[in-house]
Design a protein around this ligand. Structure first.
Ligand code: ADP
Length: 302
């Protein structure tokens, strides 16, 4: 049983030949709407991998709200803790993509900005009844901290995907069971570039000294560096034809949380999550590219 505390967004993707410059108007070739947000993406990744998932978050009181909630329900995610608020827009990301695949993104936090420590306290019984809390940083920091504290007091494991990474974090934020940054987030958190494997190992050690029990630093097609109990190892990626790596990190986090909560085996959970990340990168879209348990197992055994 997993509880995800995080963001719920509608992603509005427009494709155009060139991105508009300030003051410019361009015509788009197409537009499409996708359910997104790191919180919801990771909740979906965990649910399709077979976890029993409850989501704590918020949607607004607009046309997107019902669709966002229905989408969670269709994936079997319990939304008992998703608050609906008036006078707020649902979280929205407006994503423009040009012909070269370059993008520019505007994110409106909307209702995500109103997920509060009080919401976390209201969900106390649900958090206490879970095996693991999975959280990211697209909702207010004090809410994230309240969730981590409550889970820890109840002996519930905490996995934090520190995305998007702030450069300045309160020390208690990193005191979690597993921290799973990607390279740029690890660089942001440590203030040093993370390019080589040596850089990654040093960053993981630094993040451990700053409080994280274990660190799973994802390295894209190079796989994941797992730091645990004084040793670092690279758990390699599964070679695939990458077509869209958009939500590979979300797939990784959701699948890792699912597997670790089921088996308690870190290395096995990272292997499982690497396979989920690879499968997500081999498909277009975010939530649409999340792999189910069977296809993850098939890739591992292939
Ligand atoms: P993010 O999307 O947050 O930047 P990564 O790109 O590090 O995260 O991807 C997360 C995980 O997904 C990686 O650790 C890896 O296992 C898998 N993955 C991502 N991109 C690829 C790829 N091109 N080939 C194989 N696996 C990939």
């Amino acid at each position: 049983k997993i509880v995800v505390l995080g963001s719920i967004n509608m992603d509005l993707v427009v494709r155009c030949a060139r991105l508009p410059l300030p003051g410019q108007t361009v015509l788009a070739d197409s537009s499409a709407e996708f359910c997104g947000g790191k919180g919801a993406n990771q909740a979906v990744a965990a649910a399709v991998a077979g976890a029993d998932v409850t989501m704590i978050g918020a949607v607004g009181d607009d046309a997107f709200a019902d669709r966002l909630l229905n989408n969670l329900r269709q994936h079997g995610i319990h939304d008992a803790c998703v608050a609906r608020r008036v006078d707020q827009a649902s979280g929205l990301a407006v994503i423009s993509v040009d012909q070269q695949g370059q993008n520019s993104i505007v994110v409106v936090s909307g209702a995500n900005g109103s997920v509060s420590p009080a919401d976390v306290r209201a969900a106390e019984a649900i958090i206490e009844g879970c095996d693991l809390l999975l959280v990211q940083l697209e909702i207010p920091l004090d809410t994230v901290l309240a969730g981590i504290k409550l889970a820890q007091q109840a002996g519930v494991k905490v996995v934090l995907d520190p995305a998007p990474a702030p450069s300045d974090v309160p020390p208690e934020l990193l005191k979690v069971d597993v921290l799973c940054p990607n390279e740029s987030e690890a660089a942001e958190l440590t203030g040093r570039p993370v390019e080589s494997l040596d850089d990654a190992r040093r960053a993981a050690e630094t993040l451990h000294h700053r409080g994280a029990d274990h660190v799973a630093l994802t390295l894209g097609e190079r796989g994941t560096l797992l730091y645990s109990q004084g040793t670092s190892e690279i758990i390699p990626a599964y070679p695939i034809d990458a077509v869209d790596t958009t939500a590979a990190g979300d797939a990784f986090a959701g699948a890792f949380a699912t597997r670790w909560s089921q088996t308690g085996d870190l290395q096995e959970a990272v292997r499982y999550a690497n396979a989920a990340g690879a499968l997500a990168a081999s498909q277009h879209g975010a939530q649409a590219s999340m792999a189910n348990h069977q296809s993850i197992e098939n890739l591992i055994r292939s």
